[in-house]
Design a protein around this ligand. Structure first.
Ligand code: SF4
Length: 191
């Protein structure tokens, strides 16, 4: 049996992250790790190392789908892996991310009040004030955390549903971070 390495346990990160965000939303800032590290690795020559080795989310879906047999292991629909869908989903994801930053800036400037809610699937607002206990900093810091947690929860739900319906790592087929790092690698290789 293959010897386990420390990074084989990174799947713990996603459930711990989601649980921490139910106790104090400010922990949601930790989600930036999952944004900055893969981009940094891809930009500085590591290629897809993050996806292949260090992505806890990918490991988690693998574990749930294969080890716990929660996946039907069906072939995902072809459109999910098509460039138009992957890049379209990335563009949509980035647009929503930018809108989240704009809301955060408005709260920082005082033009808008803090909304203590988590939005799932960019549509459904869940009251989340139980996880906000104030901050010594600007309420904008908390607004960013609510937005970041919404993104992480939404992507976890999408990943979980497609893990159950199709193959365990179906999320990886259209994951915006995977598409971005793939795009960076292609650009660097001049493809
Ligand atoms: S495609 Fe996304 S979820 Fe899959 S391993 Fe890469 S970063 Fe992780």
């Amino acid at each position: 049996m293959k010897k386990k390495r420390w990074y084989d346990y990174l799947w713990i990160y996603t459930p711990v992250y989601l649980v921490l965000g139910m106790f104090n939303i400010l922990f949601a800032w930790l989600g930036m790790i999952e944004f900055l590290i893969p981009l940094g690795i891809a930009l500085f020559g590591g290629g897809k190392l993050f996806c292949n080795q260090y992505c806890g989310r990918g490991q988690l879906f693998d574990l749930l789908g294969n080890r716990l047999k929660l996946s039907r292991k069906k072939t995902p629909p072809r459109f999910l892996s098509s460039p138009w869908f992957r890049y379209g989903f990335l563009a949509f994801f980035m647009t929503m991310f930018i809108l989240m930053i704009i809301t955060t800036v408005h709260v920082f400037s005082g033009a808008q009040d803090l909304k203590q809610a988590v939005t799932i699937l960019w549509t459904f607002k869940l009251p989340w004030q139980f996880a906000y206990h104030g901050t010594l900093l600007s309420p904008g810091v908390a607004q960013f955390a609510f937005g970041m947690y919404s993104i992480m929860l939404t992507s976890s739900i999408l990943g979980f549903v497609t893990m159950v319906l199709f193959r365990p790592r179906t999320w990886c087929v259209y994951c915006p971070m995977g598409t971005m790092t793939q795009g960076i690698c292609s650009l660097k290789e001049g493809k």
